[in-house]
Design a protein around this ligand. Sequence first.
Ligand code: RUQ
Ligand code: CUA
Length: 655
Amino acid sequence: MKNILKSTLALLSVLVAFTSCDNASKSNNSGALSSSAAEKVYVAPGEHDEFYAFISGGFSGQLSVYGLPSGRLFKVIPVFSQDAEKAYGYNEETKPMLNTSHGFVPWDDAHHPDISQTNGVVDGRWVFINGNNTPRIAKIDLSTFETTEIIEVPNSAGNHSSSFVTENSEYVVAGTRFSVPIPQKDMPIKDYKGNFKGSLSFISIDPEHGHMDIKFQLIMPGFDYDLSHPGRGKSHGWFFFTTYNTEEASTLMEVNASQNDKDFIAAVNWKKIEDYVNNGGGTMMPANYAHNVYDEATHSATSTMKKEVRIVNPLDVPGAVYFLPTPKSPHGCDVDPSGEYIVGNGKLSANLTVHSFTKMLDAIENNKVAGDAYGIPILNFEDVLAGVVEQPGLGPLHTEFDGKGNAYTTFFISSEVVKWKLGTWDVVDRQPCYYSVGHLMIPGGNSQKPFGKYVVAMNKITKDRYLPTGPEVTQSAQLYDISGEKMELLLDFPTIGEPHYAAGCPADLIKPRSKKLFKLEDNKHPYAALSEADTKVVRDGKIVHVYMTTIRSHFAPDNIEGVKVGDKVYFHVTNLEQDYDVPHGVSIIGANTSELLIMPGQTETFLWEPKQVGVWPFYCTDFCSALHQEMQGYVRVSPANSNTPLKWSLGEDIE
Ligand code: RUQ
Ligand code: CUA
């Protein structure tokens, strides 16, 4: 045992040393690019990029939208974190989106975006992304580029093997990274082994509106479920999850979770479990989790607490779950476009392991079982192995596919992308990354039809690649041309937060469906003022509702009197504009929310609690017209006990 400990630690320190000197040597020769690289990423002013890339913001909790090949940033879509730029999580309408069983949680760690699919091809309707820390799955509507739904995942902790979509968007799947007591309870941590459990959640997606609902949770042995991907084509109906810590250790994990020569890929026949559940299988378990839905008609979100979840014990559905032995603490779990090959990226393994779906079925059919883990059959490694890529690099993390028979794997420690051939397992090419690459993304890479023109590598370290900005340097992605036999580095571009995974698709899938404005006549917001004639100020005890409108270039009303210290003033602001790209903003001194940024036809609300007597200005925060600076107004705040009557006006002096 001691020796294993020692050798693991020695290996780790060698790897660490390798990383650092590697970085130093590479920084010197990174400038050489063929001159055509600039042309390949140049998108002339006024022209559009060919692809959208949705890159996770990691610990920023957001999702950012880039164009490829230019690497230009278009938008940061707020998802799990409050965003003052867009008022997300600050205005009354979107606050419920961040509700959880732990209360209002205005932050998360967002890792893996995935685009919805139809018939195994990305369809550009929605992006799903996971929040790791307080387990949640969000859905972003790609007609508005706004987060429209968030569902909390109960019985989960470190929601990391998420959020990947099956080939007809039947499910978005979320797996727990950390195993925990299920249900949660007060118990000694040292009793982890055998008592903690992992849950794999299958969240159904309504085909028309995309509404999410947890169909069932599979309660699994207490391993760490790291990443996952759906089967496709021939393996549609299955889902694959990498595991580590099959040792079920709970302390000094860097050593104790690296003892087993092989961990597992869990192969889950979700179709079988779905049948079982549709026939009444599984049990309802008490739970408490938030389901938050944004309604475009009311421009408002609601949060509902759900009280139970259906759980399934895998032993109750024979033939539904198998373990495929996979060396060594595998991280990424990637399925090729044909659905035949399942790549287990063993972080600490010298070789890259590829399993065969056909061989797996064959082994199952012939009942070739090597043993079991908590009753779940373990297949023989040799029986399911398709092949091995011999010594392709150090520290494999993730693999994507170009649809032309090639796979691309990232190697964190040797800091490179390696291209290899499916079937022959030969390495074809390798290109360095600057530095320490994590995920990579080929648009459509998680589907039957990748658009194999570019790969984006997302790096963990940038060091000297950009102008220094103090101790915190920018996060970064790199774009490679993969249309030829050899990869070619084209571009570095900075990213927001830590880019984990990304999802991409041709812009043409999304562009035509992108909304330009919200129709005023469809606005069902309960506090909307749909014309200036509808504007008013209403007092209800200490609560004051301001029904306000904006249009170039004034607020209605723009003068308000009769507000008192200690009031709670809700500004409900409707943007009457019906032109593309004319938002207005509004804020007032001392408000401890953010400004509002209101799209044409939309209503948003912020709360202001005036603390001081005076006459306080408010103004438009978005430069909306030549007379934007004139877009301003005043609220007179009187002492709490005053008798100043409530009045509001536009274009007249209040007597
Ligand atoms: S992880 S660098 Cu959160 Cu997807 Cu692999
Ligand atoms: Cu409205 Cu500036």
